[in-house]
Write a protein that binds this ligand. Structure first.
Ligand code: CO
Length: 290
């Protein structure tokens, strides 16, 4: 059943579990994500990647339309979120094209500009019943030296590391001034794959403090590669966790194995994607919460 993201993450915050928000690259992976939610009896937040929100709006409309029809068909709560919305036009179009939530990512801007731009988007979104996620502090990518530097302890002190992460006092002020429904925070994870053998260090003390002080649900980006222990540790404090790479890897591995065995590769890839997402739902505690 199609719902707003606010409904899903508010219930998760209250129940102290975390709902995975899978990225998907096509309708095959969309079906695989929906299968996982139905199997695990978990709420689902479909996270449409930013690469679909481009000048070629028709592509985004196709995927949003298919996502909406899947969300309406399945019997677990399902929201559709534009992940990392960038251009103002694309964010507004996503609301019109069927997303029940949008992320307005202004995390690279100075605080006051971030607030001003996101507050304007919140005003529009709330007028049409759409939830808004935004980001404070910066969750980098694995090509981002500064982000990985913070993780790999190239910076020495906790103070230096914290400077890259979300500041709790700023976060409280930010939520109050923007009116966002949930907030992505930087506590140590980064987007994409980590270097081989690297385990991210998550600042759990900071995450707990943010959960305590910030009055809206928290979102973790860069869930892939965290490992079950870290995921389990974050679940009581964060209400949404974005995951892409681990699912895409499972999909690819499933296809590779099928090429060997002679099974239909698309079926095998989908099954592996579904199994990996079910695993996330179990570890994060969203299974059996629908
Ligand atoms: Co992200």
């Amino acid at each position: 059943m199609l719902v707003t993201m606010k409904e899903i993450v508010d219930a998760a915050r209250e129940g102290r579990y975390c709902v995975p928000a899978p990225n998907y690259n096509d309708v095959t992976q969309l079906y695989a994500a929906a299968d996982a939610a139905v199997q695990a009896r978990s709420p689902l937040i479909l996270d449409i990647g930013r690469m679909f929100a481009t000048e070629d709006r028709a592509l985004f409309q196709e995927l949003a339309c298919a996502s909406r029809s899947v969300a309406e068909r399945i019997d677990v709560p399902c929201a559709i979120n534009l992940d990392h919305g960038s251009a103002y036009e694309h964010i507004v179009q996503a609301m019109f094209d069927g997303c029940t939530s949008v992320m307005a990512d202004r995390s690279s801007l100075p605080f006051e500009e971030n607030v001003a731009q996101v507050a304007e988007i919140v005003r529009i979104a709330h007028a049409v019943g759409v939830s808004v996620e935004s980001e404070l502090g910066h969750v980098g990518t694995n090509e981002d030296e500064e982000a990985l530097g913070g993780l790999q302890h190239h910076v020495e002190t906790d103070e230096e590391k914290r400077a890259l992460y979300t500041n709790p006092e700023e976060a409280v002020r930010y939520v109050e001034e923007t009116g966002v429904d949930c907030l992505a925070v930087a506590v140590g994870t980064v987007h994409g794959f980590y270097p081989e053998g690297f385990v991210p260090s998550v600042d759990f003390e900071l995450l707990a403090e943010l959960r305590e002080k910030v009055p809206v649900p928290l979102v973790i980006h860069g869930g892939s590669g965290s490992g079950d222990e870290i995921l389990k540790g974050m679940a009581p404090y964060a209400s949404k966790l974005n995951v892409g790479h681990d699912l895409f890897k499972a999909f690819g591995d499933g296809i590779a194995a099928a090429v060997e065995s002679g099974e239909d590769p698309v079926v095998a890839g989908s099954r592996a994607y579904t199994a990996e997402l079910v695993h996330y739902m179990e570890v994060l505690g969203s299974a059996n919460k629908a």
